[in-house]
Design a protein around this ligand. Structure first.
Ligand SMILES: NC(=O)c1ccc[n+]([C@@H]2O[C@H](COP(=O)([O-])OP(=O)(O)OC[C@H]3O[C@@H](n4cnc5c(N)ncnc54)[C@H](O)[C@@H]3O)[C@@H](O)[C@H]2O)c1
Length: 354
């Protein structure tokens, strides 16, 4: 018997916390889909697909990783759907991390002007962040998430069991987004986030709290006209770092880039909004101990600053940041001058390499 642990309702869909995958099978069975497609990458095919044996579906497999979140992979997915007779009444199941859910949702939103899709996140980052909130998208010419839509899934299923096979660096990457949520909303203690491991019995509850934080913000401003921008804290520098190292020998994971972006943006918060220095130093050392890797940013400073100019939050040629007055007090649309951005990247370089 399928067991539903709990659920979170949003205005457009439900997020189900499940104890076994039968709830997904039942959800599909009770809707009259003409055909079901499951999008996987090579890892989720191996580790996660075996949890869904009862679903009769056509499997679309793509290569894992951010450097495949692009137009040519979408073309492959659409081609697979077309040649296997996906019609308007078909369903796409996105079984994977944020790359699969961002790109699968984007493909579903555009195929025949939109078909149903459900998200089954298999990474921590996708559970707490990427699958929630309706943003879909792909990278374009090295610019992160440059092409996309706002489209909601028909449901999301959270099954924490999937996390058992996730690599520890990808788990840590998800903790970085939970850490960001905890800085936006006082309800979760930021100090304990990076101490979590996959076996922690409180993890499902903390995943649910982190989703609630994001949901609260998204419900208040679904299309990011204003307040939703606060979810981008850490992401202006974070996305610039991620774009800069995309397609290099050592690409950064999204959460790694965001963790370092948070360091730079905490410093900017103290510069521009008097964020308390003592709290800033404590938070930076939390991040440093979770992400001890060294990386030389000095040869890339100009490129990183240049990438911030393409950030979607910018207006009239000015680079705009989300900064914090204090924990739980984000402010959006703060203009930051180029020399201040440069200083923040130089300081980040110093901190990472200290
Ligand atoms: N739409 C949004 O609102 C939003 C928010 C945050 C992040 N994102 C996007 O999410 C993406 C990052 O997501 P991610 O960190 O999940 O990366 P990912 O999808 O690349 O997954 C990380 C790695 O883990 C593997 N994997 C996935 N599940 C596994 C499992 N259960 N066991 C073993 N291996 C598994 C994948 O194959 C991949 O190698 C970025 O593209 C980012 O832009 C989107």
């Amino acid at each position: 018997m399928a067991k539903l642990l709990s659920e979170i309702s949003t205005p457009d869909y439900h997020i189900f916390f499940i104890e076994n995958t039968e709830a997904i099978v039942n959800f599909i069975a009770t809707r009259n889909y003409s055909k079901t497609f499951i999008l996987v990458d090579n890892n989720t095919k191996k580790y996660c697909l075996p949890f869904l044996p009862k679903i009769e579906a056509y499997i679309i497999e793509v290569s894992e990783g951010e450097n495949h979140k692009n137009l040519s992979t979408c073309e492959f997915i659409w081609n697979e759907m077309l040649h296997n007779h996906a019609d308007r009444n078909s369903l796409l199941v996105n079984l994977g991390g944020g790359v699969i859910s961002d790109m699968g949702a984007f493909c579903a939103a555009l195929y025949k002007r939109g078909i149903d899709f459900i998200n089954v996140p298999t990474t921590l980052l996708a559970m707490v962040d990427a699958t929630v909130g309706g943003k879909t998208g792909i990278d374009f010419h090295r610019h992160k998430n440059m092409i996309g839509t706002f489209s909601h899934p028909n449901a999301i299923f959270i099954y924490p069991e999937f996390l058992k096979t996730l690599h520890k660096n990808h788990f840590r990457s998800g903790l970085a987004e939970m850490f960001k949520h905890s800085l936006l909303d006082n309800s979760i203690d930021a100090k304990n986030i990076f101490k979590l491991d996959k076996e922690n019995p409180q993890l499902p509850e903390l995943i649910a709290q982190s989703i609630q934080t994001k949901k609260k913000v998204v419900d208040s401003d679904p299309k990011e006209k204003g307040y939703r921008k606060v979810l981008n804290f850490g992401h202006t520098i974070g996305h610039a770092l991620e774009s800069c190292f995309l397609n290099t020998e050592k690409p950064l994971l999204h959460g790694e880039a965001v963790a370092w972006g948070i360091i730079a943006e905490l410093w900017l918060s103290s510069l521009k909004l008097n964020f308390p220095k003592e709290t800033m130093n404590q938070l930076i050392s939390e991040i440093q101990s979770a992400f001890p890797e060294k990386i030389n940013l000095l040869p890339h400073v100009d490129e990183i600053v240049n990438f911030t100019r393409f950030d979607k939050k910018n207006a009239s040629g000015n680079v705009r940041f989300v900064l914090l007055k204090n924990i739980g007090e984000p402010v959006y649309d703060i203009e930051v001058a180029e020399n201040e951005i440069i200083q923040s990247v130089l300081l980040l370089h110093e901190i990472i390499n200290s």
